[in-house]
Design a protein around this ligand. Structure first.
Ligand SMILES: [Zn+2]
Length: 97
């Protein structure tokens, strides 16, 4: 998992925990958090064959759903994280291009 992915998972799980304690009816917040966590899982990073240095086949990181081999984390995760851009720890370099 990328730094963005780890940060996003921790942020979403914290929101979920707060909702369970603080909200009178947390179902909507919990549902949104669970959906975001599912998207995060769907766009996790895997290792795939690719061309590395010296033009040799090597393992490179890629999104398991998008197949993006360059620029992981993928655009989907960057867009998902963008919704949390005002939170502490968000890195502007994660912004989608
Ligand atoms: Zn992806």
């Amino acid at each position: 998992m990328s730094v963005l992915g780890s940060w996003l998972r921790a942020t979403i799980e914290a929101d979920k925990a707060v909702a369970l304690v603080m909200e009178q009816d947390p179902r909507d917040t919990i549902a949104r958090c669970d959906a975001a966590l599912a998207i995060l899982d769907e766009h996790d990073i895997v290792q795939v064959d690719g061309i590395g240095k010296n033009a040799r086949v090597t393992q490179i990181p890629a999104c398991k759903t998008c197949g993006t081999r360059h620029g992981v984390p993928c655009r989907t995760l960057r867009l998902l994280a963008r919704g949390y851009r005002h939170r502490e720890g968000y890195d502007d370099e994660w912004s989608p291009a």
